[in-house]
Design a protein around this ligand. Sequence first.
Ligand code: SAH
Length: 343
Amino acid sequence: MQLSIDLTGRNVLVAGAPDAARQAVRRYEAAGAVVHRVGSPEEARLVHVPERLFLVAAVEDGQNGWGAFLDRCRNAGIPVAAEPAAGPAGHVTLVGGGPGTGDLLTVAAVKALRDADVVFYDRLAPYQELPLLTSAELVDVGKKPGHHKVSQSDIEKLMVESALAGNNVVRLKGGDPYVFGRGGEEVAACVAAGVKVHVISGVTSAISVPAAAGIPVTHREVSHMFTVVSGHAPLTEKEHHHLAGLGGTIVVLMGIGTLHQLAAGLRRAGMRPDMPMAVVERGYRPGQRTTIANLGTITSAAAGCSNPAVLVIGEVVRVAEANRQHAGAAADLDMLAASLLGS
Ligand code: SAH
């Protein structure tokens, strides 16, 4: 978490053992303060408390003996603020960041970000909000200068090296780390390097992006299963047949580039051309857009659609349409009522 106070040019003394104090130091530096350090009560005994200090940040580092020094500060009229100690360092947390809005971060994700020293993030995660959530160093591994993606093995190397150097590393990923997120590979890389790692699940776009368009992936008496498919590469004919035979909702991620092959493949496999389909682009972001068509018309209807987008195939798309019309009708009635009442 960042401090929301501007301390530009103010002298702040951070009292606490170096490891425990590292995040407090970063927070005060990020707020513009000139940070002075005292690492132990023994060192503090030798410190002359300058009157020009704006604040003393006392880190709860578990060392006994800070009392006398902090009393001296208070007696000199300097406010003393308690600061939580940074957690143990040298591990990696894979954090699911949800579909791209800070509102859909979990409480655990927010806490992990607050405690991080370094965050390696992807562009699908809610990265624009990171400066409000953490004072950690922020590293964009979705793109680097020249717009080349950082390779997966380089990301793994960076994470491991940073943790081995003693940092609390957060790897912030879009959606859920284990849904087409290469989370399993990143965990394996940490384990192989002897780095402690844990995973915080996130809200996957497979469910939340259809929801943003009002589409429930299951609905009583309409669909009692949903299958999440990667459209990164075209499916095989056998896979088209399996999918067409399932009868539930099909959710496709990374499917814009292969939309044509998928629609044609499902039709060859016997799916009705009037099966409803939706393309939901940029869920929860500015410019969110939903295109609704059916299996037979989707290729032309979605010609202008781009990534990131989630495709939904199934009768549940009609549920959203019905709800939308109902909501629209309700809104019309509200307006009618308002005009009749003269408000
Ligand atoms: N781990 C992620 C998925 C990564 S694959 C998750 O659980 O959500 C990347 C794909 O996710 C994109 O190509 C797109 O299909 C989908 N996606 C992620 N965020 C999205 C968003 N805000 N709007 C639309 N699609 C999104």
